[in-house]
Design a protein around this ligand. Structure first.
Ligand code: ADP
Length: 227
């Protein structure tokens, strides 16, 4: 069983540093996986390897059972644009564009005409509690609102997998909890898998499963159920 996305025996070296020393990890459709571990343990390298941003030196990355780690750069970048969504610590919204156009951007990059792209983008505002903020520019949004716009932008292409790197890192506890609650529930409803790096145990506990990374290896698995 490979699920939506799997890493099998992943190895990544940077010179003398072994960032990943043989990692096996899988996430199913509609499932969320949190990656935790100390600084420098290999969390980002693992996320980036699964997302086709970093090429592993050994092992395989399987998206719905198909190997993606040996694809050429063009094919990989197309796959990242069409099948993966990304949410980072800082929303990385374009400040000059209203929220709805930030969300519509991934569709426009795929050739969807602007009006249609914006229409599709608007559908994400209510589920993410952003009603009425469609024309607001990022500078006029709170940190939590901006992060919810970033989530909408990640989901608008209806990806197979959403990757989130410290998505609550720049938010206070209450706002962060609300953002991650929405992120996990909306990706689940969408049928997408979620892979999230976080140092926050409360945030990780919102995911279906948690793996702990230490010295480039998975040191522990745990299963949580959030009521
Ligand atoms: P974490 O996300 O858990 O903080 P990283 O995956 O960023 O850990 O890093 C794991 C190890 O790989 C660290 O020792 C780090 O210094 C090293 N590393 C990560 N990226 C690079 C890179 N681009 N070049 C050289 N070393 C790197």
């Amino acid at each position: 069983m490979t699920g939506a996305l799997a890493g099998v025996g992943l190895v990544k070296k940077y010179g003398a540093t072994t960032a990943l020393a043989g990692v096996d990890v899988a996430v199913g459709e509609s499932e969320s996986l949190a990656i935790m571990g100390p600084s420098g343990s290999g969390k980002s390298t693992l996320l980036h390897t699964l997302a086709g941003i970093v090429r592993p030196d050994g092992g395989e990355v399987l998206l719905r059972g198909e190997r993606i780690d040996r694809l050429g750069e063009n094919r990989l970048s197309e796959l990242r644009r069409t099948r993966f969504g990304f949410v980072f610590q800082f929303g990385q919204l374009l400040p000059e564009l209203p929220a709805e156009e930030n969300v519509a951007l991934p569709l426009m990059l795929e050739g969807v005409p602007r009006r249609r792209a914006v229409q599709r983008a608007r559908r994400w505002f209510a589920p993410l509690g952003l009603d009425g903020l469609e024309r607001r520019r990022p500078g006029g949004l709170s940190g939590g609102q901006a992060q919810r716009v970033a989530i909408a932008r990640a989901l608008v292409i209806e990806p197979d997998v959403v990757f989130a790197d410290e998505p609550t890192g720049a938010l206070d506890q209450v706002t962060g909890t609300e953002v991650v609650r929405l992120l996990t529930s909306v990706t689940r409803e969408q049928g997408a898998a979620l892979v999230m790096v976080t140092h926050d145990a409360d945030v990780a506990a919102r995911c279906d499963r948690i793996v702990q990374v230490r010295d480039g290896r998975i040191s522990a698995h745990s299963q949580y159920t959030v009521a």
